[in-house]
Design a protein around this ligand. Sequence first.
Ligand code: 4NP
Length: 156
Amino acid sequence: MVKVLFVCLGNICRSPMAEAVFKEKVREAGLEERIEIDSAGTGDWHTGNAPHEGTLDILKKNRIEAEGLKARQVQKEDLNQYDYIIGMDAENIGNLTRMKGYSESGEIARLLDFVEDGAEDDVPDPYFTGNFDYVYDLVEEGCTRLLSHIREKEGL
Ligand code: 4NP
């Protein structure tokens, strides 16, 4: 099983969106028995909460399943248990890198680093910008490229 964890700050806007979009792509590819997916936040303010209304709305608009998404805080063990830890922005990457010790083996990367010709490096935080449509487009493209990367690397 290849394990993928999406990480943002609050785990209510961007990373649950990426989790749901990536799950849909993995299902479409028939790889749901091969790739396990979750999301978490570097902060703990929203632990146990459902995603933000803006994330739920955009997922619904795109007919993507949002059932069961629930916020949690990323733990040090996650960095060993997940093969790919995918942050949404440079701040997430900084926080994850500081958490990672010698024994944690997961690869930490930023989602939009897989989109080589993209306009953005960071997925902007819609909690502050309110622009869930733009974030969805970035997350969608990032997830497409990430899945290609994982399929090639893992021989799936
Ligand atoms: P997210 O957005 O990291 O995309 O889930 C945020 C959600 C909540 C907060 C910050 C960012 N907050 O400060 O509560």
